[in-house]
Design a protein around this ligand. Structure first.
Ligand code: ZN
Length: 507
C-alpha cells in the first residue's frame, strides 16, 4: 500500500538536500580562502580544476529536479499553511536561488564564463595600455550576454533590475534613482563647501614608520574589542582584504599592511571585521538552510561601513584607541590628540580612483557607475560611448576630467567580470549604515560616550537583535525598515556627512 508523504518528511528531505549543497559550498570556500592567503604559487596549477570540479558538483546537486519538486510541493496552498515561519523562509529563499540556478541555459552559463575570463584578461591589458578600444569588443560581448541573462531571469521589469536583484534582492533602479539623485546633489554641494573652507586636513601623523607586527597586534586589539571571536575566526594577510566564512563558527578575514601608512591595515581590519561580526552573529539554527549568511550585499556593506567609518573614523573611537596605539608606537603618536587622529583619517579629496576615495566622494563614484551601467543594459547608450560618457559625468559630479582611460573608465574590474548591478550595493551600504546609526542613537542616548570608553558591545548587541538574527530570511531594505521604522532613504547619510564634515572643515 502506497504511503502518503507527510509535510514533515517533505521539509526534512528539502533541508537535507540544501544542507549538503551548503556543506559543499563552504568546502569550496575553504579552497578559495587558501588560494588567497596560504597557497604557494605553483599550487595554482591544479587549484582551478579542483574548484571547477567542486562547483560542478554543487550546481548538479542543488539543481536536481527533485529539489524543484520538493519546493513546489511545499509551496502548494494546503501544505504552505502547515509550515513554520522558518520553513516558509527556507522555501522562499531557496526557491529564488533554485530559479536563478536553473533558469539559465547551460550554453549561456558557459558563454558567460568564457566571455568574462577573456574579458578580465583583455581588461587587464587594455588598462595597462590605457586603451578602452582594446577592451570594447569584450565588453560588448559581456553586455550582450548579461542582457540575455536578464531576459531569462527577469520578471518583465527592466533588464537592469533583473541583474541588480542578484546582489540586492527586491531592489529596483526606480527605487534607487531618486535616492541617488538626492545623495548626488547634496554631496556635490557639500564638496563645494569643503573646497571653500580652504582647510586641508593634516595626514602626516599616519605617514611615518609603523612596524608591521605592531600594526597587526593593534588591529587585533581593536577587533577583540569590537567583539570579533578569535575562537570562531582568524585574521591573515592577503593582497586585497576580504571576508569569507565556513559557517557562523568559522569566519576568516584578511588585511594588508603598509609600513608607512597607518590607516591601511587598521581600516582594512575594521571594515572586514564589520563583515565578520555579521557572519559570526548569524543564529546557528539558520546554518546549512540557505539562510545562514548575511542578507544582501548592501546590508553586508552597511555593517563594514558602520564600523569602519561611523565608529572607526570618529573622534569617539580615537579617544578610546589613541592611548592603546601609543603603547605600540610611543614615538610616532607622542604628540597626537584624538582630534588630530580624526582629522588625519577623514581628509576629503576629489580623485579619479574609486577605491582610494574618501567617505564623501565615494558615493559620487558609485552613482556615476550606476547611471552608466543602467543605461548600458537598458540600451540607452552603447559600449563605444563609455569613455566620453564617463569623462563627462566625472566633470559634472567631481569636477575632474580623467587624463586617460586607466584613470577613468578602465579602473574597475567589475564589468569585465560580468558584475553588472553590483556597484549600487556599495552606496546602499552607506545609506543603510547612516539610517542604522541614527536609530542606534535614538535607542542608546549615551552611545557616543560609551564608544569613547570602548564599550562597543552595546553596538554589537543592537546589531544582533536588529540585523543579524534574520540571516537571509528578509531582504536588505526590509531588514533596514524593521530596524529603523522606515524605508531606506539617503536623508540620514546626508545629515551625517554634513554634520561630520562641517565640524572637521569648520563651516
Ligand atoms: Zn566590504
Amino acid at each position: 500500500m502506497a504511503r502518503v508523504t507527510t509535510v514533515a518528511e517533505l521539509v526534512a528531505e528539502l533541508r537535507a538536500r540544501i544542507a549538503e549543497a551548503s556543506d559543499l559550498g563552504q568546502a569550496a570556500a575553504v579552497l578559495g580562502w587558501d588560494q588567497e592567503t596560504m597557497m604557494p604559487p605553483k599550487g595554482a596549477m591544479f587549484r582551478a580544476t579542483q574548484q571547477a570540479a567542486l562547483a560542478g558538483v554543487i550546481h548538479e546537486r542543488f539543481t536536481q529536479p527533485r529539489v524543484g519538486e520538493l519546493l513546489s510541493a511545499l509551496e502548494a496552498p494546503d501544505t504552505w499553511t502547515q509550515l513554520s515561519d522558518l520553513d516558509r523562509a527556507i522555501v522562499r529563499v531557496n526557491r529564488r536561488d533554485y530559479d536563478r540556478a536553473t533558469k539559465l541555459p547551460a550554453a549561456l552559463v558557459r558563454d558567460l564564463a568564457i566571455a568574462t575570463t577573456e574579458g578580465v584578461e583583455s581588461w587587464r591589458k587594455a588598462r595597462e595600455e590605457s586603451r578602452f578600444d582594446r577592451f570594447a569588443p569584450n565588453l560588448r560581448r559581456i553586455v550582450d550576454l548579461k542582457r540575455q541573462e536578464a531576459g531569462y531571469i527577469g520578471s518583465g521589469a527592466s533588464p537592469y533590475d533583473a541583474l541588480l536583484d542578484e546582489y540586492e534582492p527586491g531592489m529596483t533602479a526606480a527605487q534607487l534613482q531618486p535616492i541617488f539623485v538626492n545623495l548626488r546633489q547634496e554631496t556635490v554641494s557639500l564638496l563645494d563647501r569643503i573646497d571653500r573652507s580652504g582647510k586641508p586636513l593634516d595626514r602626516t601623523v599616519l605617514q611615518q614608520e609603523y612596524a608591521t607586527p605592531k600594526q597587526l597586534a593593534f588591529t587585533e586589539v581593536v577587533l577583540r574589542k569590537m567583539g570579533f571571536d578569535f575562537e570562531a575566526g582568524r585574521q591573515d594577510l592577503s593582497t586585497h582584504p576580504f571576508t569569507t566564512n565556513f559557517g557562523p563558527t568559522d569566519v576568516r578575514i584578511t588585511t594588508r599592511v603598509d609600513e608607512h601608512e597607518l590607516g591601511m591595515a587598521l581600516y582594512g581590519s575594521i571594515h572586514e571585521g564589520g563583515h565578520a561580526l555579521y557572519e559570526q552573529g548569524i543564529p546557528l539554527e539558520l546554518a546549512r538552510t540557505g539562510l545562514g549568511n548575511g542578507s544582501s550585499l548592501g546590508t553586508h556593506e552597511s555593517q563594514s561601513r558602520l564600523w569602519e567609518n561611523f565608529i572607526g573614523r570618529s573622534e569617539m573611537f580615537w579617544t578610546w584607541a589613541l592611548p592603546l596605539l601609543r603603547q605600540e608606537f610611543p614615538v610616532q603618536v607622542a604628540n597626537a590628540s584624538p582630534e588630530r587622529m580624526t582629522a588625519a583619517v577623514n581628509q576629503v579629496e576629489r580623485s579619479y580612483i574609486r577605491v582610494e576615495a574618501d567617505e564623501v566622494t565615494y558615493n559620487l563614484h558609485i552613482i556615476l557607475r550606476f547611471e552608466i551601467e543602467r543605461r548600458l543594459i537598458d540600451g540607452e547608450i552603447q559600449v563605444d560611448e563609455l569613455p566620453s560618457v564617463w569623462n563627462e559625468m566625472m566633470g559634472q559630479y567631481l569636477g575632474l576630467t580623467p587624463p586617460n582611460d586607466r584613470l577613468g573608465v578602465l579602473q574597475d574590474t567589475h564589468w569585465a567580470s560580468g558584475l553588472i548591478g553590483y556597484f549600487p550595493t556599495y552606496s546602499l551600504g552607506n545609506i543603510y549604515a547612516a539610517q542604522l546609526w541614527a536609530a542606534l542613537h535614538r535607542d542608546i542616548p549615551d552611545l557616543d560616550a560609551r564608544i569613547s570608553r570602548g564599550e562597543f558591545a552595546v553596538v554589537l548587541d543592537w546589531l544582533r537583535q536588529r540585523i543579524f538574527r534574520y540571516g537571509r530570511s528578509l531582504d536588505g531594505a526590509d531588514i533596514v525598515e524593521r530596524a529603523t521604522g522606515e524605508a531606506p532613504n539617503a536623508t540620514y547619510l546626508v545629515e551625517y556627512l554634513n554634520r561630520k564634515y562641517g565640524a572637521l572643515y569648520g563651516f
